[in-house]
Design a protein around this ligand. Structure first.
Ligand code: ADP
Length: 370
């Protein structure tokens, strides 16, 4: 940049010097020629009668010739002046470039300082954009670091218990009955690991911007029905009724993601419910929007936790989440899926009364058919 500004300034200066010299020379030549011709004419008039014609012609030609010789003599001086002017311009261009560049270099050093660290008004939006991006990068790095620490911690628990049970069996001191119990412990911890790893992989897939989401026209009511049927056994086990209401309606979405979204919301509504509780899933359309509502009569979410439950590994009651097979990632996955569908989520919940999750799909969203 420095070199470019410098050479451009120099180029402008050199063009200006030569253009000025050429124009001045041309104007003076013109003036000089006119004046000499005029003088010679007057001179010739005077001599007309006295001198003979041949002598007069010679005189006139001689004087005119001397115009060229005058310019011939001043040309070297003109070039010397031009040479010194160019040197002068080089020095000025150098300092001018520095004075232009220094504030930008300073700006790069003080980018994180508060206020606007630049004299160039035009650069302020640019600075603000870089700052925002910088802050986002730092925030993302922190989130990732926290996530990695959490993942390690979450994986450690089932692995430690698998290792412990295996060690007990290894000593050969466990009775047959104990061995069976330990094997069951190993089995459930291994299953937990699998579920955790699945959710972690799913989240990182959703995180990656490279994969394009394949959108299609899909029947949301039908997808909800499949999910409700699938979770029927789990609802029975928790002594909870699970119902679907509404009518067939279509949205533009990704089938797998929609199944995951439905599964996570319904699964939570069952797991965080009370015995004899209810879960109602509703799918319906209003002009321009499709609504999906999952409502339960469960334990509810205290107000102070409501914003944070969409964070990775955030749980209101860790032991309840774990004992019911939760990973703490379900709603983080839901949040991602909602963003990919340009949809909106509303949460209403009262501790001890229940939770209502509403997902609103606008008609204009995700109009990418494949
Ligand atoms: P988990 O695997 O722990 O269920 P989620 O990300 O799905 O993780 O949910 C995060 C937390 O939000 C849960 O641990 C639970 O405390 C709370 N939660 C989610 N859904 C409900 C619900 N329907 N009723 C009560 N609490 C809920």
């Amino acid at each position: 940049m420095k070199k470019k500004i410098n050479s451009k300034l120099l180029l402008i200066a050199i063009v200006a010097i030569f253009a000025t010299m050429f124009l001045i020379t041309w104007v003076y030549y013109d003036l000089f020629q006119k004046q000499v011709t005029e003088e010679l004419r007057t001179y010739a008039e005077l001599l007309k009668d006295t001198a003979d014609n041949n002598e007069l012609d010679e005189l006139v030609a001689k004087e005119a010739g001397s115009i060229y010789s005058v310019f011939g003599r001043i040309l070297p001086s003109l070039f010397i002046i031009a040479f010194f002017l160019v040197i002068l311009c080089m020095v000025i261009a150098h300092y001018l470039t520095r004075s232009l560049i220094v504030p930008i270099e300073k700006l790069a050093d003080n980018l994180d300082e508060f206020g606007n660290p630049t004299d160039y008004e035009e650069l302020i939006p640019f600075v603000q954009m870089i700052r925002r991006q910088h802050q986002d990068i730092i925030k993302n790095a922190r989130v990732r670091q926290e996530f990695t620490a959490n993942v390690s911690h979450e994986l450690k628990t089932p692995l430690t218990s698998i290792s412990g049970y295996a060690e007990l069996i290894e000593t050969g001191m466990a009775s047959e009955e104990d061995t069976l119990r330990f094997a069951h412990g190993i089995h459930s911890s291994a299953n937990r690991l699998l579920v955790l790893i699945n959710d972690i992989i799913r989240l990182s897939e959703l995180d990656s911007t490279e994969q394009e989401t394949v959108m299609e026209r899909l029947n949301l009511y039908q997808a909800a029905k499949t999910c409700v049927d699938m979770l029927g056994v789990s609802a029975e086990k928790h002594n909870v009724t699970l119902d679907l209401q509404g009518a067939e309606c279509y949205i533009t979405g990704n089938k797998q993601m929609m199944e995951e979204l439905l599964y996570n919301l319904c699964d939570n509504a069952i797991r965080y419910n009370n015995p004899n509780g209810k879960v109602v899933v509703q799918v319906y359309r209003v002009p321009s929007f499709t609504y999906l509502i999952v409502e339960d009569t469960g334990i509810g979410i205290p107000k102070e936790h409501q914003e944070r439950i969409f964070e990775r590994f955030y749980r209101v009651d860790k032991s309840r989440s774990k004992s019911s097979g939760g990973t703490g990632l379900g709603l983080a996955i839901v949040k991602h899926i909602i963003a990919k569908h340009d949809a909106r989520l509303e949460l209403e919940s009262d501790k001890g009364k229940g939770t209502k999750v509403t997902v609103i799909f606008p008609d204009t969203a995700s109009k990418v058919f494949t």
